[in-house]
Design a protein around this ligand. Structure first.
Ligand SMILES: NC(=O)c1ccc[n+]([C@@H]2O[C@H](COP(=O)([O-])OP(=O)(O)OC[C@H]3O[C@@H](n4cnc5c(N)ncnc54)[C@H](O)[C@@H]3O)[C@@H](O)[C@H]2O)c1
Length: 311
């Protein structure tokens, strides 16, 4: 298959690697030239890590993955290449207005038969499909981070998605060694519908000084088997992405549990983005030994403490 991918950040790179590792030709573009420039090298590194993890011994595996990837800094050249692809996969920021603007500009330039996939974590497929103008060939394929290590992909059809598109997508994902499962078109679908309110609640308890980063993660790991706990997971998702996802789900649902805690907003403002930026809920100076940070300077306090402060 030939796949065009727009957005080569954390998730875009994961998808590019997965597609290229499984023999597909990938054409990609990012609006940020620095991010685009680092993409092929990052994907080769990710393919190497994946080969190690899954004991793939094929000689030249990572380098061959890299050779299947072409990057385009010029948007018009990317669109021309995407026109010859089977699938156009969108992996840009979680922002409905931005996604609609980009899809409204690019998809009408592609032949009718090109399938549109979106990796959105929470947004309504019908609104994205409406912007791109090919609802019967539009569907969400929500992968998880890091894509080559996490098999699951939420497949979310919209009101106008044809059964042929669902079947094509299921088969294409299986051929890419993914494990697709159907999820409903509601804010957050299945996984984030459960995960996001839980993660925001964890940050709220941290903000109140009720739990520490290390205890929170050890607790979830040793009691529920969550491999990273919640704060380390947030550092991998990145705090800005979690904030964007929460805000988009809040806008779509008005569910007050999705109102982001101040601590998360302040971390984003301070550039504390998580593992990628070196600082989040953990200090990532040594990425093999992340150290839980003392976030007491961010603590707002419990209701009792706030009441006492007013006296
Ligand atoms: N981070 C996660 O764990 C995770 C998991 C599942 C799904 N997602 C979803 O994947 C999508 C991307 O998230 P991410 O974590 O990779 O974000 P990211 O910030 O790492 O990457 C997004 C990329 O999109 C690029 N971009 C933005 N506007 C663009 C435009 N107009 N044209 C071209 N490129 C543009 C940015 O330059 C950036 O490199 C979002 O919809 C997010 O909700 C994220």
């Amino acid at each position: 298959m030939k796949i065009a991918i727009i957005g080569t950040g954390v998730m875009g790179r994961g998808w590019i690697t997965q597609c290229a590792m499984t023999g597909n030709e990938v054409h990609c573009h990012d609006a940020n030239p620095d991010i685009l420039a680092g993409t092929v090298k990052a994907c080769i590194d990710l393919a190497e890590k994946t080969a190690k993890r899954f004991k793939i011994t094929e000689a030249d595996f990572a380098a061959a993955t890299g050779r299947r990837i072409t990057t385009y800094s010029d948007k018009a050249a990317f669109v021309a290449a995407a026109g010859g692809c089977d699938v156009f996969l969108e992996v840009i920021f979680e922002d409905m207005q931005l996604k609609r603007r980009v899809l409204g500009e690019l998809l009408p330039q592609l032949p009718e038969q090109v399938m549109f996939w979106s990796n959105t974590s929470s947004l309504d497929i019908d609104k994205l499909a409406d912007a791109g103008g090919r609802p019967e060939r539009s569907i969400i394929t929500h992968g998880f981070n890091p894509v080559p290590m996490m098999a699951g992909v939420e497949v979310v059809p919209g009101a106008g998605t044809s059964p042929e598109t669902v079947e094509f997508t299921r088969r294409a994902l299986l051929a890419m060694n993914k494990a697709p499962f159907l999820a409903p078109n509601i804010p957050g679908f299945w996984v984030n519908r459960l995960l996001v309110p839980m993660a925001l609640d964890a940050v709220r308890l941290l903000e109140q000084g009720r739990i520490r980063v290390e205890d929170g993660d050890v607790g979830l790991n040793t009691s529920l088997g969550h491999p990273q706990g919640v704060f380390k997971l947030l550092d991998f998702v990145s705090t800005p992405t979690m904030l964007r996802v929460a805000l988009e789900m809040l806008l779509a649902s008005n569910d007050p549990r999705l109102y982001p805690p101040q601590l998360l907003v302040r971390m984003v403002r301070n550039g504390e983005y998580g593992a990628g930026s070196g600082k989040g809920f953990y200090d990532w100076s040594d990425p093999r030994r992340p150290a839980p940070r003392d976030l007491s300077h961010y603590v707002v306090g419990t209701a009792e403490q706030m009441t006492a402060a007013l006296k």
